[in-house]
Design a protein around this ligand. Structure first.
Ligand code: ZN
Length: 170
């Protein structure tokens, strides 16, 4: 495994639409392993392949909305699609590609996602709260969308100070 460099918002790669994965091969597994290590090192809750310069529909989402005492679940999502979205939430979001900036984004309160695992097997997963936001945020990355382009407003310095230490970047 190897750490990969996380691109920042001035890189044009982040604004390109990613192509679907067609080969579930060793190269994909290396990408996923490297992304896991990179996400862990960055202490984020999600990471999309274009953030490490790979224009493929691959992302990771860390589900932290789990029962107390249970470990978060890290999902590897290949060619993910949101096929059900319900409700609405307006919460602050951050991004590993936009360090230090947070903005309020309108997202569904609940989503169901269909994706493939690293071996090409289809599965479904759902999320609420932060996890629903994270699924949306990562799938936006696969479509070349960075959250700052759809923010209702950016957080002020005072609001940032108040949430200091609780940031969740993806
Ligand atoms: Zn992001």
């Amino acid at each position: 495994m190897a750490l990969r460099n996380i691109l920042t918002e001035d890189d044009p790669t982040l604004y390109k639409k990613c192509r679907p994965v067609t080969d579930f091969n060793a190269r994909l597994h290396t990408l996923l392993d490297d992304m896991r290590e990179t996400l862990d090192q960055a202490d984020g809750v999600g990471l999309a392949a274009p953030q490490v310069g790979v224009l493929r529909r691959v992302c990771l989402v860390l589900d932290t909305v789990v029962p107390e005492g249970e470990a978060p679940i890290l999902y590897e999502l290949i060619n993910p699609e949101i096929f059900l979205a319900e409700g609405e939430q307006h919460e602050p979001e951050g991004c590993l590609s936009v360090p230090g900036e947070y903005g309020v984004v309108k997202r569904p309160a609940f989503v169901r996602v269909r994706a493939f695992d690293r071996n090409g097997k289809e599965f479904e997963v759902e999320g609420t709260g932060l996890t629903a936001r994270c699924f949306c945020h990562e799938i936006d990355h696969l479509n070349g969308i960075v959250f700052t382009s759809k923010c209702e407003r950016m957080l002020t310095d005072e609001e940032l100070k108040a949430m200091s230490g609780e940031e969740q970047d993806s």
